[in-house]
Design a protein around this ligand. Structure first.
Ligand SMILES: [Fe+2]
Ligand SMILES: [Fe+2]
Length: 265
């Protein structure tokens, strides 16, 4: 059975079509999913099955794969173990929360960036452009592509909570535009004003999403929808290739730079 746990679900379904019917009974729509790259062992995690549900589902799949044998189902290690009192997110929502961690690390550096603002030298201006590139490429294009273009489409966009979130995204974008305009004018004060506003906005915004929006969405989404989300998010990740790692490296370097500066003081 171990061997099959590490195989892609599409491959298993093509060899054992009955597995698709069993998954359907659990509302897990792997057969119509166009990606199908999830491993059998991931299916349990993605769809948040209970431990009993997981054992029962695996036992039925094992019966199809090995009809003449008694198969022992190995325990499947789960990547996310929620501690008591901690919010337990579904795997796609956990992906977004993890992306917030990097965005929050950058946002936490804004006060240091403000202390070191220099619009007179080319290096100083490039430093601001690099920060803006992180916001635009990672926080906006990569992360918001998942929120606005995929996740929010499952909900009525006229709901108050979604309108608020949309407004936050728009405000964040307008601060970024204002920072770039101020940079053209070499207006240090205006840059500082909008960077500060971005800092405050994003800190609150991420808290709202992590603590209210995502847990609420997790309660509403069906397990089939959660599975769809996970594979759609994986498609976005594929499109962006190694860009997320590049931006993580960018934040690492920036943190290092400011820590060294502190030490030298
Ligand atoms: Fe957001
Ligand atoms: Fe977000």
């Amino acid at each position: 059975m171990e061997e099959y746990l590490n195989k892609g679900i599409k491959e298993i379904i093509s060899r054992f079509p009955e597995v698709a019917d069993i998954l359907n009974e659990y509302n897990i729509g792997c057969a119509p999913c166009s990606v199908g790259s999830c491993l059998l062992k991931d299916i349990v995690e993605i769809h948040n099955l209970s431990e009993e549900g997981e054992q029962a589902l695996m036992a039925r799949i094992a019966k199809v794969i090995y009809p003449d044998q008694e198969v022992k189902i190995p325990p499947i290690k789960r990547k996310q173990q929620a501690r008591p009192g901690e919010i337990k997110y579904s795997p796609p929502m956990k992906k977004l929360v993890d992306e917030h961690v990097l965005i929050k690390r950058w946002v936490a550096l804004i006060p240091r960036v403000l202390e070191n603002l220099d619009v007179e030298s080319e290096a100083g201006r490039q430093f601001i452009r690099d920060g803006v590139d992180f916001i635009r490429s990672y926080a906006d294009k990569y992360h918001h592509a998942k929120e606005e273009e995929i996740l929010f489409k499952y909900f009525d966009e006229n709901l108050d909570i979604l309108q608020t979130i949309h407004e936050d995204h728009e405000k964040a974008r307008s601060h970024v535009r204002a920072i770039l305009e101020a940079l053209d004018k070499r207006d240090k004060e205006e840059i500082a004003e909008h960077l500060n506003a971005y800092y405050e906005l994003l800190t609150e915004h991420i808290k709202k999403e992590d603590e209210i929006l995502y847990p609420w969405m997790d309660r509403i989404l069906s397990i089939t929808q959660i599975g769809e989300l996970f594979s759609d998010f994986n498609k976005v990740d594929e499109q962006f290739g190694d860009a997320p790692e590049k931006y993580e490296e960018f934040v690492n370097k920036l943190e290092e730079k400011f820590t060294l500066k502190e030490l030298r003081k």
